[in-house]
Design a protein around this ligand. Structure first.
Ligand SMILES: *Cc1c(COP(=O)(O)O)cnc(C)c1O
Length: 489
């Protein structure tokens, strides 16, 4: 076999073009074969089908680029949970914009690594502009805001807690019951005390409970609030929380992984009032920013706040290189080799502009309100609450939690819909996290019909009353009777 060609250089595009043609055909064919938001049959069927169609991962003799691309990309597409399908709405799993995916191809072909200037001369300049621009959106009132690019909200939250620990030593974190699980994990990773968890009635942090915690606890404190919770998409009262942390001298981190991009919508940015008062802000653009994973941000109001991340490795940022003017990039992440995620983000911001981004955000929030309206008007469905961002919780009326979970799994098994699950007010709900701006009212109608039909078909009939003709044997409860709230967490 000839030596495989490379993606870069002047010859790279010539070699890529026919390969891309094969990839695009495979993406199309795989999606056609799936014909729904995810493959039918559940894990065993999909695993078996994927294994048999893809063949050995490492054969003795290679099958060649076109065959391998066609085989594996078709199989992966056929077996995908495709967020571009309007009935794929379980998670903050975004349908990437075509233009962002195209930009990501260029990032892969060029492969700049963001840990030193000599691997990423222009990419590091673009990343610096992009991070400054995004940080300025969050912190418009400080002269030198800055941000680092992360693999997502999890890494951004870890960095936020790390920076707080570097400011104060092993401080106590306070979060509400609605906080993302990565906050607790970050305290574990960083050797910090477990967070003090305060109540979040109706899905938002209770400021009275926060006041009590800030009054009772001693030593340095970090409050982490959430702008767009994973379960209900609610936003904590940020300004009120910032007042409390200011009064009590505590630091504030806001996890705006989901809600952060609302800043770009003049219609909805008021929901984030107070965001700029945080010491650190997490934001994900692979959620309400339509980027392929990954595209996370941690922003700070002043670039000096990132100094604790500075690190020295003579082969990447020797002092004399830095003095001679080579940008020192190693302190922009805890990672070393790092993809230029700035490229796809910058392409998206430039291609859409402020008005295009605002329109995309507003459109998406409108679809959520529309779905909520339909549920509200539906005689057999119950709406948890009006959506704050784009998360809609609902459940068929007259069901219990076990049945709600069964409906979700049945839809997954059939490949008809991907809905999430969330506990709220002591009950289990179906969760639609809407991130697809192309979703139509007809899509919503079809989704709700799927849910109500599945609910009817999977309803466990109550144990029949003993018939008069039946022998008077003592009855034990029917084994299939479901119990409200029996669902383990
Ligand atoms: C998604 C999310 C995270 C985690 O982000 P990843 O990008 O998945 O690492 C953290 N916090 C909130 C509020 C989120 O919605």
């Amino acid at each position: 076999m000839p030596t495989p060609p490379l993606a870069g250089g002047t010859a790279g595009p010539t070699h890529l073009r026919p390969l891309l043609d094969t990839v695009l055909t495979a993406l199309h064919d795989g999606a056609t074969r799936r014909n729904g938001p995810l493959p039918a049959g559940g894990p065993d069927t999909v695993t078996h089908h994927t294994r048999t169609t893809t063949g050995p991962v490492l054969p003795d003799h290679g099958t060649g680029p076109h065959h391998a691309l066609r085989t594996l990309v078709t199989a992966l597409t056929e077996g995908a949970a495709d967020p571009a399908h309007p009935h794929c709405a379980a998670h903050l799993h975004t349908p990437p914009l075509a233009l962002a995916a195209a930009a990501d191809l260029a990032a892969s072909a060029l492969n700049p690594s963001m840990d030193s200037w000599d691997q990423a001369p222009a990419a590091s300049a673009l990343e610096a502009d992009l991070t400054r621009t995004l940080a300025t959106e969050i912190y418009p009132h400080t002269p030198h805001p800055d941000a680092v690019i992360t693999t997502g909200g999890t890494e951004a939250n870890q960095l936020a807690l790390l920076l707080a620990r570097e400011r104060h030593g092993p401080l106590q974190t306070i979060c509400a019951a609605n906080a993302h699980h990565s906050i607790t994990r970050a305290t574990w990773l960083l050797g910090l005390p477990r967070p003090v968890v305060i109540p979040a009635p109706r899905g938002v942090m209770d400021p009275t409970a926060l006041h009590d915690a800030l009054t009772t606890l001693t030593g340095p404190l970090l409050v982490t609030a959430t702008a767009g919770t994973t379960d209900t998409g609610r936003i904590d009262p940020l300004d009120h929380i910032a007042d409390l942390t200011t009064t009590h001298g505590a630091d504030l981190h806001i996890d705006a992984a989901y809600g952060g991009p609302l800043l770009l919508s003049p219609t909805h940015r008021h929901l984030l009032t107070g965001l700029h008062r945080a010491h650190t802000v997490t934001l994900d653009l692979h959620k309400l920013g339509w980027q392929p994973a990954s595209a996370g941000i941690l922003a700070v109001p002043d670039h000096h706040h990132l100094t604790p991340l500075h690190h020295h490795a003579p082969y990447l940022n020797a002092d004399d290189d830095t003095e001679a003017g080579l940008p020192d990039l190693l302190g922009r992440s805890l990672r070393t080799t790092r993809r230029p995620d700035a490229l796809k983000i910058a392409v998206t911001l430039q291609a859409l502009g402020r008005d295009g981004l605002a329109d995309l955000i507003d459109r998406t929030l409108t679809t959520a309100h529309h779905l909520a309206d339909l549920i509200d008007q539906h005689p057999h469905l119950q709406l948890y609450a009006r959506p704050t961002i784009s998360t809609v919780l609902f459940r068929p009326t007259g069901t219990d939690d076990t049945h709600v979970a069964t409906i979700r799994r049945t839809l997954l098994d059939q490949g008809h819909a991907v809905l999430g699950r969330a506990h709220a007010d002591g009950r289990l709900w179906l969760k639609a996290t809407l991130l697809n701006p192309h979703t139509t009212p007809e899509d919503h109608h079809r989704l709700l019909t799927l849910v109500t039909h599945t609910a009817t078909r999977t309803r466990t009939t109550p144990a029949p009353a003993p018939r008069p003709a039946a022998p008077p044997a003592p009855r034990t409860p029917a084994p299939h009777t479901t119990t409200e709230g029996s669902n383990p967490r």
